[in-house]
Ligand binder design. Sequence first.
Ligand SMILES: [Zn+2]
Ligand SMILES: [Zn+2]
Length: 138
Amino acid sequence: MNITTCQFCRKPFASLGGRICPACMEQIDKDFITVREYIYEHKHSNIDRIAKETEVEKQVILHLLKEGRLIIDSPDGDGLLFCESCKKPINTGRLCKECMGNAASAMDKSVSASQAAKQHAAAKAAEPSLKGSAKIGQ
Ligand SMILES: [Zn+2]
Ligand SMILES: [Zn+2]
């Protein structure tokens, strides 16, 4: 077990691998519910307004966005999150849709090249329907 500095409250705590202390985790879970409800009612809000109106810290909202737990439905992602691969602005998670697709197919290849090729051909033939993202309010 390592002593780590919590990335939110900067207090040292005994970590099992995470960078957030148990107290902050609990707070973040509460904040998550608050923000999720706010976004549900204000779909096209931006992070500044959400932080102001919910009184949840911006860094907590960002953290939730990066984890993919929240999605803000603004076209440019407020310029706060960027794809870690191609640096395109994104609304949630760490990778844009294109790079997620690339990562997924790269993973397929490492599992079994021939299987991946077959799947790829099958997917092309079937014209894959857009995978439903868990967007709130759709
Ligand atoms: Zn903490
Ligand atoms: Zn990308």
